[in-house]
Design a protein around this ligand. Structure first.
Ligand code: SAM
Length: 234
């Protein structure tokens, strides 16, 4: 996706970038490519692909929730910063926490944060299930792209979502995961709100955004230890 295609596709989802934001994205791209030579950050390196499959894709979160209307957002398993860093650049109103269990990725993210002089964003080296217990009901929205199955992700994260806040999963095909989620929702006191399906421009691959609301306090028995979650998903 060329820069012009990127800007036009964003207009269709109600996002208009300033020159400064475009420049920040370009610097982020250059840092990603530079650091990717010495650590494993992404398999996607061609500039047009990064703008489509990482930058544009991250911003599609705005299709399911108006990101100017919320305050705190946490990106679980952010990797090289997708979607969290892109959201911070384009929606500076957001207070963002990036969480990943791999410290070298957190070091890269801190380099990006320093370089772009981003404020109200932190990168935390922690496993999601530990992070959520230590940050109970802190976030309006928790999101995750390409990290785990829906039932596992929700158990890992749900403690840290505010009551009436949302968990939003960014997925490709999710039909089976949604069909099997009812018991998990009940145990975690959550409710399926909606999903939005669309195709990524140009390459036409499937995308699904799934929004789940936290209705009440999460029972203190969750999240369980990761080995248990993996062995016996809810
Ligand atoms: N969200 C990014 C993206 O879409 O490009 C990265 C996806 S990558 C496939 C999955 C990331 O989740 C990895 O960086 C991994 O270290 C992290 N991860 C996996 N399990 C995790 C957990 N329990 N807590 C925190 N991070 C986790």
């Amino acid at each position: 996706m060329s820069e012009i295609e990127f800007l036009n596709a964003l207009k269709d989802i109600n996002i208009i970038l300033t020159n400064d934001q475009l420049e920040q994205l370009n610097t982020y791209y250059e840092l990603l490519i530079e650091y990717n030579k010495v650590m494993n950050l992404t398999g996607i390196t061609d500039k047009k692909d990064v703008y489509l499959k990482h930058f544009y894709d991250s911003l599609t979160l705005n299709k399911i929730i108006d990101l100017t209307s919320i305050d705190t957002l946490c990106d679980i398993g952010t990797g090289a910063g997708f979607p969290g860093v892109v959201l911070k650049i384009v929606f500076p109103n957001l207070k963002i926490t990036l969480v990943d269990s791999l410290n070298k990725r957190i070091n890269f993210l801190n380099t990006v944060i320093d370089n772009l002089k981003l404020e109200n964003i932190e990168a935390i080296h922690e496993r999601a299930e530990v992070f959520s217990i230590n940050n109970i009901e802190k976030y309006d929205v928790i999101t995750a792209r390409a990290v785990a199955k829906l039932n596992i992700l929700l158990e890992l994260s749900v403690q840290a979502i505010k009551i009436n806040g949302y968990f939003i999963a960014m997925k490709s095909n999710v039909e089976e995961e949604i069909n099997n989620i009812d018991k998990t929702l009940e145990k975690l006191k959550c409710k399926f709100i909606n999903k939005i399906e669309f195709k990524l421009p140009i390459e036409n691959s499937n995308r699904t955004l799934v929004r789940i609301e936290k209705l009440d306090k999460t029972p203190s028995t969750y999240p369980r230890k990761f080995e248990q979650i993996k062995k016996k998903p809810l």
